[in-house]
Design a binder for this molecule. Sequence first.
Ligand code: KG4
Ligand code: ZN
Length: 359
Amino acid sequence: MNILAFESSCDETSAAVVAREGERFIIKSNIIASQVDTHRLYGGVVPEIASRAHIEAISSITYEAMEAAGVTMAEIDAIAVTSNPGLIGALLVGVNFAKALAFANNKPLVAVDHIKGHIAAAYLSGEEVPRPPFIALTVSGGHTAIYRVPDYCTTVTLGETRDDAIGEAFDKIGRIIGIPYPAGRGFDELSTEGFTEATGDPVGFHKKYKRSEAYRNPEMLLPSPAVKDDSLDFSFSGLKTAAINLIHKYEQRGIELPRALFAARYTYEAVEGVSKKLSMALDRFPGEDLVLSGGVAANSHLRRRLSELAAAKGVRLYMPPVSLCGDNAAMIAAQGYYDFMAGKRADTSLNASAADSID
Ligand code: KG4
Ligand code: ZN
């Protein structure tokens, strides 16, 4: 079975053809037209520019995806498209294009939730697909949440951020310390430098780092984003504000901020905070495997820390390859397959929605 899928919820226009063969997914093509170079000029995504760029790209990337996959429209069994959540104008481009294509070619249309799509990116490693029920962490530019996935089409929220998303916070703090948008990857690399400077080891969460002089520096104190209660919620605005104040204090005193050590400390708190709440979630559902997903799932420190956590809890960790952590249509195709098999169908009345509808 071949699924043709579209993703246009933010600043990447993507079309992909994914085949389901036996128990596995095979990515036949996954074309991503990124707009980050355009939005970098403004330090963040400009919604109107994003919508226009999606319109310009979507036809040609569809041809490219079909050609690279080596399939004809007759060989496509269903068309899947991200319908929510995201930037409304951006989503509408993918939704209308997919609707028209499905209608013109008489193909079934499936509307896919972007967050479920991110989780489904972990099904695309080419290896065994995780079996529900499992626990999923989704960390992206717009989301930070822990879900329980009792079946491939259902997502129950266990905890989430009460304010900013982790990726948004990385991007904002990164921008302040001079890392170009989107700052996630640059932040990751700078943190590696900082951990190495503090301990001689690029890995930050080891005891060595907590014993280091850099960690004990009273000027570098930052709060955990793990809300201090029994909930599985996060608050990244507290961490973000404390980080901004810390940077200002250095500025006011005319002292240059030790950028790498600061980035390391910030990453340490962000990763440990997420890991703490995930640990609580795994304890509540013993034996259930863990899935890591979303753009921030590319973070090397988070990947390493969660590998340790899963090993300590005796569960398996499934993560998408780094290349599939960001927005892409292959993950929408994988989720679209399960939604299709569950009988979910959309028609020409399908509308995009900016809001979460995860259930
Ligand atoms: O999932 P995604 O591509 O878009 C949304 O749906 O939001 O996530 C983008 C986010 C950005 O905030 C970006 O800075 C972050 O993922 N990101 C990272 C890394 N790579 C991308 N954050 C931390 N470390 C990384 N290596
Ligand atoms: Zn995303």
